[in-house]
Design a protein around this ligand. Structure first.
Ligand code: PRP
Length: 176
């Protein structure tokens, strides 16, 4: 919507050469810190889903956590934190992936949470190469879950993210 695009363009901070030379970092912190900005992006992420169509909303470490909690309340679901490696006690499901810079691993608890057949909406702040969301899809697949959708606030085009995620419904509220 125009309100979301305006809020993101007004408030987003673009940082050159972070965290590596040649990478532009799109920081949505000021959007989420703004009451109207946060309200607009949460409403946008909720809009493409009906109550009852999703069992869990999962947020990706770290800014995805902020969005997932708010979206989950709106969709009347539970919330999941998909963690970076080394935070959870064993046993865990885990998936490694490549970043624009280096590599990383995402994890979910393997005990105490049964995702078999559950419909999970995955939310994050930014889609760039799609490595992070792609790993989340693989991780949820390992857990037996059904990925109901992938929703992000900002798509950075030209890095192949959209192609890498082909096959799973993808919603991007704005484009960098
Ligand atoms: C950023 C962003 C996404 C990811 C997108 O997180 O919040 O999660 O990169 O990039 P990709 O599409 O190329 O995978 P980052 O890895 O910087 O971690 P952070 O949220 O812990 O800062």
């Amino acid at each position: 919507s125009p309100a979301i695009i305006a809020a993101v363009e007004r408030l987003m901070r673009r940082v050159e050469d972070f965290p590596a030379a040649g990478v532009q970092f799109c920081d949505l912190t000021p959007v989420l810190a703004d009451p109207d900005g946060f309200d607009a992006v949460v409403a946008g992420l909720v809009a493409s889903h009906e109550i009852g169509s999703v069992d869990y909303v999962a947020g990706l470490d770290a800014r995805g956590f902020l969005l997932a909690g708010a979206v989950a309340v709106q969709l009347h679901t539970g919330v999941l934190a998909i963690r970076k490696a080394g935070k959870l006690p064993p046993p865990v499901h885990s998936r490694s992936y490549e970043l624009e810079y280096g590599a990383a691993t995402l994890e979910l608890p393997a005990d105490g949470l049964d995702l078999r057949g559950k419909r999970v909406l995955v939310v994050d702040d930014v889609l760039a190469t799609g490595g992070t969301l792609g790993a989340a899809v693989g991780l949820l697949d390992d857990c037996g879950a059904v990925v109901a959708g992938l929703s992000v606030v900002l798509e950075v085009p030209g890095l192949g993210g959209r192609d890498r995620l082909a096959g799973t419904p993808l919603t991007c509220l704005t484009v960098a």
